[in-house]
Design a protein around this ligand. Structure first.
Ligand code: F6R
Length: 248
């Protein structure tokens, strides 16, 4: 694991967006598809803003991009303003030229008994495009990546999980109270994330300082799934000064 610290998250986000844009252009020049693994939440918003800007102002095209989102709440209607489908449309997809059929986000409306087969299908889909070239991640205060909460196995694949209490508390303001936050989610597994050729994890602010310290300096433990990233050979943690403030 490699970490870089920036004074501002906006400056950091611009550099991450540039890395993604360069990869898209490079793949396009070779006539290849660029497979992106995408995250929701507050951390990647400015990266998406920058990508939208590059599309508008510099003609960056997403025609050769295929995207897989990490997770979706369960149950969750894609039309709901709380859905990650809605989030992605608002922050990115509605503003770029990615073909609709290239967008994959876990479906929060699947019938309970169909979830395992659905999740296998999601894994197969990723493999059918040759795997994820670039995976963008945030990190939860529980140490989750995607919604791989404490206890997640390093080999885990896409599946349904129960959200941690702390994760639901952190999401509660957007839902006007914790009682409205779904109890479950469908998430790519740790193994799914780990298969990505390149991983960039974003963490901003004091609230993330403790978990960032554990992720970078702590022992690799299933209690903090992000620590598994220590063994991934092409992972960069992109931090701002506040998020890095507890590193020794
Ligand atoms: C979102 C996701 C989560 C978030 C994490 C941090 O798709 O997979 O792991 O990245 O909960 O959320 P923020 O960025 O809102 O602090």
């Amino acid at each position: 694991i490699h970490n870089v610290v920036f004074e501002s998250s906006s400056e950091a986000s611009l550099l991450v967006a540039r890395e993604i844009a360069d990869l898209i252009v490079d793949k396009n020049n070779r006539g290849e598809t660029c497979v992106l693994g995408l995250a929701t939440g507050s951390s990647p918003i400015r990266v998406y803003d920058e990508l939208v800007k590059m599309h508008r102002e510099n003609g960056l095209s997403f025609k050769n991009v295929v995207s897989f989102n990490l997770d979706e709440y369960f149950p969750m209607n894609p039309e709901s303003i709380h859905s990650y489908h809605h989030f992605m449309n608002e922050h990115l997809f509605n503003h770029i030229d990615i073909p609709k059929e290239n967008i994959f986000i876990p479906d929060g409306t699947i019938a309970q008994q169909d979830i395992p087969a659905y999740c296998q299908g999601y894994e197969q889909k990723i493999k059918s495009f040759g795997g994820i070239d670039f995976q963008l991640l945030g990190i939860g205060r529980t140490g989750h990546i995607g919604f791989n909460e404490p206890g997640s196995h390093y080999n885990s694949i896409t599946r349904s999980i129960t959200l941690d209490q702390l994760t639901r508390e952190d999401a509660s303001s957007g839902f006007h109270g914790i009682e409205n936050v779904p109890k479950k989610a469908i998430t790519m597994g740790v193994g799914t994330v780990f298969s990505a050729k390149r991983i960039v994890l974003l963490a901003w602010g004091h609230k993330k300082a403790e978990v960032v310290k554990q992720t970078i300096e702590g022992e690799i433990l299933p209690q903090i799934p992000a620590t598994y990233l220590q063994e991934h050979l092409n992972t960069t943690m992109v931090l701002n000064t506040e998020a890095a403030s507890m590193l020794t």
